[in-house]
Design a protein around this ligand. Structure first.
Ligand code: GLU
Length: 306
């Protein structure tokens, strides 16, 4: 994408498995600033509620409320993945019709037992259902065939990233055997359909990006710009997750203080007097000073006190 001529369309895509924790707030703020520091930049909001069994009732409303309190107002309607099943099905059909996918009846245990090696995110699919007919009495998943090719992209924070899609990941799932569409497929379809051209998200998702680019290439869709930002770590060096901060409530910590702490975490140096400003003024300062080059590469602890 040529960022000089095309305004960014960014997005934030939380999973409603609980309220936002400080790590996800960092991703929200970074994606917002990256989109909005350019005139006419748009920032979209999508609720990744595809995996209904993991959705926590009420979490999505809390997330909307948290974003509102932080002054992170989105453009356009909120997209819910749970309403887009038909569209994912349509795209899966398109991939099926070109022979890019195959049905698979293998269980996790069988794959683990016969995988040629462990890949970057688990066992590599051994190709069983490509060599033999899948067991039709079992529910079927749908996988995409991967070919021996290196997928590379330039991440705006992490630099050059490269993955050998077939040996590092293998034939991956697009629709699980319980009918739920995989994160990889849904993300690609949603980002494409909403015209997203800038994806700013946590570093924990960087290994998914080559799979998403692989799918976009198969579909002949444009590839967005990517920036994978550092994760917030606990003092023990673990990634902060919903487990660590069950309820991130602005009753205890003001949204202004949270924004200032996030700006420090992202490598900016907001002036001390900004702490007494409104969320709008703080975000405006953030937009004016935003630059990908300021962002730290490595995950770290949040040192400013919240
Ligand atoms: N829903 C994912 C999460 O909450 C983020 C997906 C994405 O940004 O691509 O971690």
């Amino acid at each position: 994408m040529n960022t000089r001529t095309i305004s960014p369309v960014g997005r934030f895509a939380p999973s409603p498995t609980g309220p936002l924790h400080i790590g996800s707030i960092v991703a929200a703020v970074a994606s917002y600033l990256a989109a909005k520091h350019v005139r006419d930049g748009r920032w979209l909001l999508r609720i990744d509620d595809l995996d209904q069994p993991r959705v926590v009732p009420g979490a999505s409303d809390i997330i909307l409320h948290q974003l509102d309190a932080l002054g992170l107002h989105h453009d356009g309607p909120v997209i819910h993945q749970s309403c887009r099943h038909n569209r994912y099905q349509e795209v899966l059909h398109r991939l099926q019709s070109t022979g890019a996918t195959f049905p698979c009846s293998c269980s996790r245990k069988e794959i683990l037992a016969s995988a040629p090696h462990l890949g970057e995110e688990g066992p590599i699919y051994p190709g069983t259902c490509l060599l033999t007919t899948p067991i039709s009495s079992r529910p079927l998943a749908h996988r995409v065939r991967t070919t021996d090719q290196r997928i590379s992209f330039r991440d705006q924070v992490q630099g050059d990233v490269e993955q050998d899609i077939s040996s590092d990941v293998g034939d991956f799932v697009l629709q699980r055997n319980d009918g739920i569409f995989a994160y990889q497929l849904a993300t690609v379809v949603d980002d494409h359909d909403s015209g997203v051209n800038q994806v700013v998200r946590g570093q924990d998702l960087i290994l998914s990006t080559p799979r998403q680019i692989y799918l976009m290439n198969l579909l002949n869709w444009p590839v967005p710009d990517y920036a994978h930002i550092p994760l917030v770590l606990t003092p023990e060096g673990e990634k902060v997750s919903k487990r660590h901060q069950h309820a991130f409530s602005f009753d205890a910590i003001s949204p202004e203080r949270v924004l200032i702490a996030v700006l420090h975490f992202l490598g900016f140096a907001p002036p001390a007097q900004l702490a007494t400003s409104t969320v709008q003024t703080i975000l405006q300062w953030g937009c004016e000073h935003f630059s990908f080059t300021a962002l730290p590469k490595n995950s770290l602890e949040m040192t400013s006190t919240l």
